[in-house]
Structure formats: C-alpha cells, structure tokens
Design a protein around this ligand. Structure first.
Ligand SMILES: [Zn+2]
Length: 239
C-alpha cells in the first residue's frame, strides 16, 4: 500500500501541475487575448467615434467632396456662431434698445425721477443729496418734472379744493408758468430733508423759493452764494 502510493503521487502531482499550468497558461493566453482584443476594441471604438463626426460633418455638404469638406466645413460652423452673437447683433441690438429706452424716458420719466430735471438742477441736487447723505439725511424726491397734463390736473384739483383760481395758483401754477413742467423745480421730503436743504442748499445753488412750500426747491443762486429772499407763495402772472 505504501509502495503503491509514491508512484501515484508524482503522477497525480504532475497531472495536477500540468492541469494547473495548462489552466494558468490557457487563462494567461485567453487573458492576453482578451486584453489585446479590448485594446483593439478601444482603438476601433475610438476610430469608430471619429468616423460619425466626419460623416455627420460631411453629411450637410452632400454635393462637395467628402474628404476635403469636413476639414474646411468644421472650423467654419464654429467660427460663424461666435462672430454673429458677439459683434454684429450686439451693436445693432444695443443701439436700438438704447434709443428706445432713452426716447421714452425723456418724454415719460417718472415724476419722482431726478432724470427729468434740467441738467443744472439735476447736477446741483445730486451734489446736495450726496452731502446730505454724508450728514445722515436722505433726500427723497416726491415730484420733479411734471407733464403739462399732470400739472393741469393738479391745478384743477386745487381750484376745487381752494374754491378759486387765484388762491389755487398760490399752490399750483398753470402748466405754462410751472417750473416743474420745465424740469426746473423739485419737491422733496421728508421734513428733515427739507430742513437740511433749506439750511445747506445755497452751497450747491439750490434754494427754497416759497414760504408756503417748505418742500419746493429750485436752482436760484450760484453755488456757494446766498439764496434770494423767499416769496410768500407762487403767483400766476396772468390767466
Ligand atoms: Zn414744487
């Protein structure tokens, strides 16, 4: 029994070893083949990826030769989209919109906007507002330039309120006399801002004009010079 065993063992070991070597060898070969196949597949895959690009690019240019068109037509589509959005559309699109926005704003500026005021009053008021802000005072514009129709409506309402044209015009002048319609007057608030501007406005050439309207200011003096004496109230010259 013992003598029989040794010959069997080497044989068994050999067969096992051979089989192991064979399995490993086959596995290695198979593995290397798979790897190689995978590499080839990747290469083919990459090559295949390139092909559709070429075919799609060449597809639009049906009449043109397929070999030369992809190379020439590929850069042109990329250039074409970049050029029109950046240069040509911007210039025409911005200039019309600028014109469109400037034209209506000059005619239909909000009554509370500083932009409706005359350049002189606007510049002076801006400086005054900045100085007031530095003092902790916020000047709010309640009424700057008014349309003639708005001024007329205000006058009509004032006539109803005060009972006569004469008294009404102490508060609201007719459109043709109103400094607001000309963009040469501004009404501000709140009370602290009125007080500040009444005290400091002369530095910027902005003056309170009427005793009865502490909110109403005009550019009545040269900046840094004393404001003229106040008038009791507005007076309609005629009409
Ligand atoms: Zn006013």
């Amino acid at each position: 029994m013992r003598n029989d065993l040794p010959p069997r063992r080497p044989g068994a070991v050999r067969t096992r070893l051979l089989s192991v070597i064979g399995v490993v060898g086959v596995g290695a070969v198979a593995g290397s083949l798979l790897l190689w196949h995978a590499q080839v597949g990747d290469f083919l895959g990459l090559a295949a990826d390139k092909e559709p690009v070429v075919s799609t690019v060449s597809a639009p240019a049906i009449g043109a030769p397929p070999a030369s068109t992809p190379s020439t037509s590929t850069p042109t589509p990329t250039r074409r989209p970049t050029y029109p959005p950046t240069t040509p559309p911007k210039t025409p699109s911005t200039s019309p919109t600028k014109r469109k926005t400037t034209e209506p704003t000059t005619t239909a500026v909000r009554e509370e906007s500083i932009n409706g005021l005359s350049p002189k009053l606007k510049a002076r008021l801006k400086k005054a507002m900045a100085a007031a802000r530095a003092d902790g005072i916020t000047i709010s514009i309640t009424s700057a330039r008014r349309s003639a129709s708005k001024q007329q409506r205000l006058l009509n309402a004032a006539i109803k309120k005060y009972g006569s044209y004469k008294v009404a015009t102490r508060w609201v002048l007719p459109p043709k006399y109103s400094a607001h319609v000309q963009g040469k007057a501004v009404d501000i608030g709140p009370a602290a801002a009125m007080t500040w501007l009444n005290k400091n406005g002369w530095r910027y050439g902005v003056c309170r004009r009427y005793d009865n309207e502490p909110w109403h200011f005009e550019a009545l003096t040269a900046p840094g010079t004393k404001c003229p004496p106040r008038e009791p109230h507005a007076v309609a010259k005629a009409d």
